[in-house]
Write a protein that binds this ligand. Structure first.
Ligand code: SAM
Length: 293
C-alpha cells in the first residue's frame, strides 16, 4: 500500500495526475504519518462510532487514517483535480464519501443530515490557512450539533482560539469559540513536516462544543454584533469601539452602559469575558428595544 505521507510518493501521485500544489487552495500536505495519526486519534479518542467530516482531504493521507478509525468519513475537497487522485488513493475504502465542493459554499446541514440521522458527527481537518477563520465561523455558526472540531491551523490562530475570552491573544474568534464550546491546544507541528513547507508553524486545536451553552444572551444576533463592535477597533477603548457598531446610541450613553455593567470606561473590548459580553449585549438590546435587564 502507498504511504501517502512519503514526500516521494506525494510527488509521484501528483505527477501521475499532472498536478501541481495549488497555493491559492493552501495546499501544504502533511509528510509525517505519526502526526496524521495523532490528529486522527485526537478527533474522537473514546468513540469510534461516529461520522467524521474532513475538510480538504488533499491526496487522502489523513482520510485513510480517519476511515480506519471511525464509522464513516465525508470529505469535502474544493480542487476538482484532486478528485480522481482521491478515487485512486482511497480505492478499497468503503466508508468514505468524497464531495467536490467548496466548504464555504456547501450546504452542510443538507450534506450531513443523513449522517446526523445515524449518530454523532465530528470535524477533523488540516485546514487551508488562507481561510481558517471563515471556515471555523461557518462550522460553529451553522449550529449543527457537532461533537467536536479538531483542526490544524497556524499556531498564532490556534493560540487565539484557545486564549479564553478576556485573556492574552484573544480576538473576536476567541469570544465566538468560547460561546459555543471549549477549546484546547493539543500540539505543535513544525513546518518541515509539510510539502511544500509553509512559512509558519502549525498547531492542532480541538474545540469540544457545549451540549447546552452556559451563556444565554437575550438575542444571539445582538451578542455577535457586540462581539464584532468590541473587537473591531481593538486599540480603542470600549466606548469608542462600540460607537462604530452602535451608531444609534450616543457615546455618553454607551459609556454609562459600560459603567452600569461594572467596567471602567477606559476598558478595552479584548478584556471582556464571554459572560461580560453577554451582559453588555443584553444591556444594549434593552437600550435599543426598550426594557430593563
Ligand atoms: N488533508 C491534507 C493533508 O493533511 O495533507 C491536505 C491539507 S491542505 C493544508 C488543505 C486542503 O484543503 C487542500 O487539499 C485544499 O485543496 C483544500 N481546500 C482549500 N480550500 C478549500 C475549500 N474552500 N473547501 C474545501 N477544501 C478546500
Amino acid at each position: 500500500m502507498l504511504n501517502l505521507c512519503d514526500p516521494r510518493t506525494i510527488k509521484q501521485v501528483m505527477d501521475m495526475f499532472g498536478l501541481n500544489f495549488k497555493k491559492e487552495f493552501g495546499q501544504n500536505f502533511l509528510t509525517d504519518l505519526m502526526t496524521v495519526e495523532d490528529i486522527a486519534d485526537a478527533c474522537s479518542p473514546d468513540d469510534s462510532d461516529i461520522t467524521v467530516l474532513e475538510i480538504g482531504p488533499g491526496i487522502g493521507c489523513m482520510t485513510r487514517c480517519l476511515c480506519e478509525r471511525y464509522r464513516e468519513v465525508v470529505a469535502l475537497e474544493i480542487d476538482t483535480g484532486l478528485i480522481p487522485v482521491l478515487k485512486y488513493t482511497l480505492d478499497g475504502y468503503k466508508n468514505v464519501t468524497v464531495i467536490n465542493e467548496d466548504v464555504m459554499k456547501a450546504d452542510l446541514s443538507e450534506i450531513l443530515a443523513p449522517y446526523f440521522a445515524k449518530g454523532k458527527v465530528a470535524v477533523c481537518a488540516n485546514l487551508p490557512y488562507y481561510i481558517t477563520t471563515p471556515i471555523l465561523m461557518k462550522l460553529i455558526e451553522s449550529q449543527l450539533p457537532f461533537e467536536s472540531i479538531t483542526v490544524m491551523v497556524q499556531t498564532e490562530v490556534a493560540q487565539r482560539l484557545c486564549a479564553g475570552a478576556g485573556g492574552k491573544n484573544c480576538g473576536a474568534i476567541t469570544a465566538a469559540i468560547d460561546y459555543y464550546g471549549d477549546a484546547e491546544l493539543l500540539f505543535t507541528v513544525p513546518a518541515e513536516r509539510f510539502m511544500p513547507p509553509p512559512k509558519v508553524t502549525s498547531s492542532v486545536a480541538k474545540i469540544t462544543l457545549w451540549k447546552d451553552k452556559p451563556q444565554k444572551p437575550i438575542s444571539e444576533e445582538m451578542f455577535f454584533r457586540t462581539v464584532k463592535a468590541a473587537f473591531e477597533q481593538r486599540r480603542k477603548t470600549l466606548p469608542n469601539s462600540l460607537m462604530t457598531g452602535f451608531s444609534e446610541i450616543s457615546k455618553e450613553r454607551l459609556t454609562e452602559i459600560i459603567i452600569e455593567c461594572g467596567h471602567k470606561p477606559d476598558i478595552r473590548g479584548e478584556k471582556l469575558t464571554v459572560a461580560d459580553l453577554v451582559h453588555l449585549s443584553d444591556k444594549l438590546y434593552a437600550e435599543i428595544n426598550g426594557g430593563q435587564v
